[in-house]
Design a protein around this ligand. Sequence first.
Ligand code: 13P
Length: 339
Amino acid sequence: MDLTALNAIAEKMVEPGKGILAADESSGTIKKRFDAIGVECTETNRRDYRELLFRAEAMKTYISGVILYDETLWQNAADGTPLVELIAAAGSVPGIKVDEGLQPLPGFPNETITVGLDRLAERLTKYYERGARFAKWRAVIDIADGVPTAGAVKANAHALARYAAICQAHQIVPIVEPEVLMDGAHHIDRCDEVTRFVLQTVFQELFEQRVALEGIVLKPNMVVCGKGCGKRASVEEVALRTIAALKATVPSAVPGIAYLSGGQTDEEATAHLDAMNRIGGFPWKMTFSYGRALQAAPQKAWAGRPENVAAAQRAFDHRARMNSLASLGHWEGALEQAA
Ligand code: 13P
């Protein structure tokens, strides 16, 4: 393992003013997104949609890396250029989602384990050859009555750590993503408590599996109220509590934090990131690794029509620019209305 090279990639992924586009929806998830805009979920439509994102101006200025789904990594643009080459030509790092989704965790009702470790090493070799320089693995932690349990959190943290160690051995930077879901009616205190427990457990497992923290990027949730909680926390409260939870659990050797949006509205996700960077006082770069909060607007603008490609690219450029400003603590709500 060349840790200097891994660290250089990780630093590039969280370069101030830039962030990561999560475009790694599985075939099932992208079908849901396409259903919502009335687009048939064919391989060509998936390619055309992702190609329009990768050819947008934002790629050169605001997007440090793109997380791809396996299918996309092997696809070519309409003119025959591999999509990975479009991404690299824009100066952005191609990455790949390598987990194989969730399965029920035996003995733990209503809890899941992320699978995909078997043969991961072989898959990484092929992904590297095709141009991927980082990977993503998402562990999912739900909050409900009696959930999460310590056993399920530990199993998921262990899998994340095994994944991260295998990636580093193959010269690929692991994005370590333990997502505490927003689903449910829980209070922000409960999200805070669970997020701290999960991060603490994840870093213990990373340590035991000898993962070099200088060569990872952490992708956590923010500390927010459950969607059904009935009251929203202020932007300031989310920012302060998220920073405090991370400071208590995440070692400063980690180069950067790239948040998931997790069901926040586009503007909430931007405002929260901006507030954290305005407050500052933490040792890591803090940026975005958004899926929905970057893509909802362009998907709506595109609606599967070739004549809407330019409008969709403008919508994507706008969200990417807003989040770029937020990664610097320079965003203002007025910029949204102006657009
Ligand atoms: P969202 O920003 O839509 O949560 O997606 C990010 C991601 O990659 C989740 O795994």
